[in-house]
Design a protein around this ligand. Structure first.
Ligand code: HEM
Length: 407
């Protein structure tokens, strides 16, 4: 589709969506109408077009062309050598891809070094919580996000979940890294490569019979709304759980953490008018886009099993009940049921009682004698999990896919 007609379709889609016409007609639109105001975004203004009808106008045509020309292997070979934010783009990239990446690697004008530094300090201090929440909260929740579960399942990476988890963990690791967006860090590289992968998936998945059969009428995957759904399952979810758990977080830390995720959304190609400016705006958007769409799908349940088996492999299955119990405690029973997590009558009550005490002790709010012995078993298992989760990501190369999951 040429640029002009695509833009026209977006505008028409937005306008019709606003009138509710498409909402009634298309089964893909399980969520409510888009009413989130662009005044609450980092741009402060915007057209208010429903982001379900916006994809990535800059990246998508370039990646479609790279795939159609048969240039994926050449591009991946060059991309392998690009690992640091301050590194020039490698020689050997196709010219159109290179031009796009030169632009895409620039940080937004509103990126704030001090806030990014506060975010890094925050992760250093609270890494055990954020690691557990990304891995056992956000990671498992993604299997209850139908569009994400299906996109992952039917794409090339769906056939090898261990590899995929390692690659996704890389993002969790890079985003929390002290150097994330510093010249010597790797987060610009990870975000730009992810943007390329997403654009490739938008070209490939519509050719997958499995995806097309289950996409509920969506014709191109990974819309800007979809990206923000996942963003909330990461950033907004983690911050709200830290509050639930009464982990002390300073305003500078909370602002910094929001900021690193705002910059990441921008670097993933989300338009500034859809990126929330404050946690209040983020919570409002999350209630609109994430809460209503969580649902069970056969693909999601299969992915949950694979994910938990990988965790169980850690120690021959010993901690799987504990991990189930912790994930249920973290996600709540509604999501736990949606993704088919076992109920754990032994671990769940124990974790609900012990975890708040453990947090209070770690934060220096209560003395050691108040901690039950079993709490340390929970802490030990989580620590092991978080270490694995973070280490899996190192040294991984994100690659542009050239095909879907073989059917
Ligand atoms: C790939 C992160 C949103 C579907 C990736 C990769 C990362 C990533 C790091 C590269 C790893 C890999 O190649 O397996 C993110 C982040 C998101 C986001 C941070 C939002 C904040 C989404 C959404 C969807 C999606 C909304 C679908 C609705 C996919 C698929 C792949 C992928 C299908 C490629 C899997 C493959 O074939 O290898 N994403 N993603 N992502 N993502 Fe996302």
């Amino acid at each position: 589709m040429d640029d002009l007609s695509r833009r026209r379709m977006l505008i028409a889609g937005g306008a019709l969506g606003a009138l509710g016409t498409l909402g009634a007609a298309s089964p893909a639109r399980a969520r409510s109408l888009w009413t989130w105001a662009p005044s609450g975004s980092v741009a402060g203004k915007g057209a208010g077009v429903d982001p379900d009808w916006v994809w990535d106008e800059e990246a998508d045509p370039v990646l479609a062309a790279v795939i159609e020309r048969g240039d994926v292997a050449k591009a991946n070979a060059a991309l392998r050598t690009w690992t640091r934010n301050d590194q020039p783009l490698p020689a050997g990239l196709p010219a159109d891809l290179r031009d796009f990446m030169e632009k895409a690697r620039r940080l937004p004008s509103w990126a704030d070094r001090d806030k990014l530094a506060a975010a890094a300090r925050f992760t250093t201090k609270k890494g055990i919580y954020t690691g557990a929440l990304y891995g056992l909260g956000s990671g498992l929740m993604s299997t209850a996000i139908p569009r994400e579960a299906r996109a992952v399942y039917y794409s090339k990476g769906g056939a090898d979940m261990k590899d995929r988890i390692a690659k996704t963990a890389q993002l969790g690791y890079d985003v929390g890294d002290l150097d994330a967006y510093q010249p010597q860090g790797g987060m610009i590289v990870t975000a730009v490569k992810t943007r390329l992968v997403h654009a490739a998936v938008r070209h490939l998945l519509p050719q997958s019979p499995g995806w097309s059969r289950t996409s509920g009428g969506q014709t191109i995957p990974i819309s800007q709304a979809d990206i923000m759904v996942t963003w909330h399952s990461l950033a907004t979810f983690v911050m709200s759980k830290l509050k639930d758990w009464r982990v002390p977080v300073t305003t500078a830390e909370s602002d910094g953490y929001l900021h690193v995720w705002q910059v990441t959304a921008h670097m993933l190609g989300v338009l500034d008018e859809y990126i929330p400016a404050t946690w209040d705006a983020a919570n409002a958007q999350s209630r609109q886009v994430l809460d209503p769409i969580l649902a069970s799908t056969p693909e999601g349940n299969e992915l949950t099993d694979v994910l938990l088996d990988i965790v169980a492999d850690l120690d021959a299955g010993l901690t799987r009940p504990l991990i189930n119990g912790f994930a249920r405690y973290t996600l709540g029973d509604r999501t736990g049921d949606l993704i088919g997590l076992d109920r754990e009558p032994f671990w769940q009550p124990l974790i609900s009682a012990a975890w708040p005490l453990l947090v209070a002790f770690r934060e220096g709010l209560i003395p050691l004698p108040l901690i039950p012995q079993a709490a340390w078993t929970v802490e030990e298992a989580l620590r092991k999990f978080v270490l694995l989760f973070l280490s899996e990501g190192r040294g991984i190369h994100l690659e542009i896919p050239d095909a879907n999951r073989p059917s």
